[in-house]
Write a protein that binds this ligand. Sequence first.
Ligand code: 1GP
Length: 251
Amino acid sequence: MRQNIYHLIEQRKKAGKKSFAVLIDPDKVDNASIEQLVGLGVDAQIDYFFVGGSLVISNYLDDCIRQIKTSCPIPVILFPGSPSQVSRYADALLYLSLISGRNPELLIGQHVVSAPFVKKSGLEIMPTGYMVIDGGAPTTVSYISNATPMPADKNDIAMCTAMAGEMLGMKLIYMDAGSGAKRPITESMIEKVAKHIDVPLIIGGGITNPEKAYLNCKSGADIIVVGNAIEKDPSLIKEMSHAIHSVPVKA
Ligand code: 1GP
């Protein structure tokens, strides 16, 4: 039987435990590198694999997820760049609505077109308010989404957007500076948003060292997502995981 992933995320937040998600882009891995990432992930006791990419050029999504699922018990959560990136082999789906942008296609349009297909997948659906924050470089996500990222210093706009997302029923808020961002999201923005929402907060984009991951968690992030830095140096998984899991549990 499938685990209830959202329940797991919520329970960890309630217990004040911080979580680590390793992002795998199916276009950038093969069987051997997945095996390596799974081995490192299991050893470092990471919490989730996120799988997805802005493009997904190859036809490797299903195989990639099946390989992870047959090799380890770590939950696989889809982080899709488009509605075509749905695989029934995953455990859950971040059902993203780009609430920081004003492109109706990514707020609701693509959801309408793909709704029957997504429902039929049988995946656990986790409605997620997705906020793209300016990371100092035009990343693939901002180009593909045709939506202006939120200015990096506008903490109040981020706070109000996340609050609105939560009140609209989003079960998660994901703030992303974009893959390979030059400037990851500031701690002050994370703190401001975290103080004003109750749902779990996911932070990603441009996190390259364990110190930054630790500080993000201390500021209120519940899940830290790292992709690029791990693609460059998979051995970072261990240090990142240790840093994130060593954040003291608040009483
Ligand atoms: C991007 O949040 C993710 O959507 C992860 O970003 O690849 O820069 O770690 P990085």
